[in-house]
Design a binder for this molecule. Structure first.
Ligand code: HEC
Length: 130
């Protein structure tokens, strides 16, 4: 049987930050979320699209609650490839901010993937510059 060779595919998003709602963009900027995260590409932390998929897959209806909990209290060890970085806690974000952030993250669940679930390939832009 022919083995699949492992190929590293970098998912490059077609999303531009202009599509991020202003209120979300402000929270992301004020708290430097994007110094670690990206939307579809792994950086120092798992990409938000991946976070959405993982939480929906594992926790279904409780996904939003889990995401809020991780933002409020921080997180470590759930995404082994990022073991060297700890997600800091953001205990001062208010309920509304947490609600908006978590809904937005969940809305990214299919970003970076086409309808068959494969990564988009090619050059694209997600214009948070790291
Ligand atoms: C210093 C880097 C850093 C910053 C800044 C940061 N994160 Fe993270 N984040 C991480 C890492 C690393 C993980 C993976 C943690 C793990 O493996 O459990 C993570 C995980 C997460 C998760 C997923 C947790 C889960 O339970 O699935 C969410 C949601 C998240 N971050 C949101 C945010 C938001 C929103 C901000 C800004 C308010 C932010 N992060 C800022 C590093 C960071």
């Amino acid at each position: 049987m022919k083995k699949f060779s492992s190929v590293v595919i970098v998912c490059i998003s077609l999303v531009y930050s202009s599509e991020i709602p202003d209120n979300i963009n402000k929270i992301l900027n004020d708290n430097s979320c994007m110094s670690c995260h990206n939307i579809t590409t792994p950086y120092k932390a798992p990409p938000f699209a991946k976070i959405a998929r993982r939480n929906l897959k594992w926790y279904g209806d409780n996904a939003q609650e889990r995401i809020i909990d991780s933002i409020k209290n921080g997180s470590i060890g759930k995404y082994p490839p990022f073991g060297n970085t700890t997600m800091p806690s953001f205990p001062y974000l208010n309920k509304q901010q947490l609600d908006n952030l978590s809904k937005w993250i969940l809305s990214l669940k299919s970003y970076g993937y086409n309808k068959r679930g494969n990564c988009y390939r090619g050059r694209g832009g997600y214009n948070y510059e790291h």
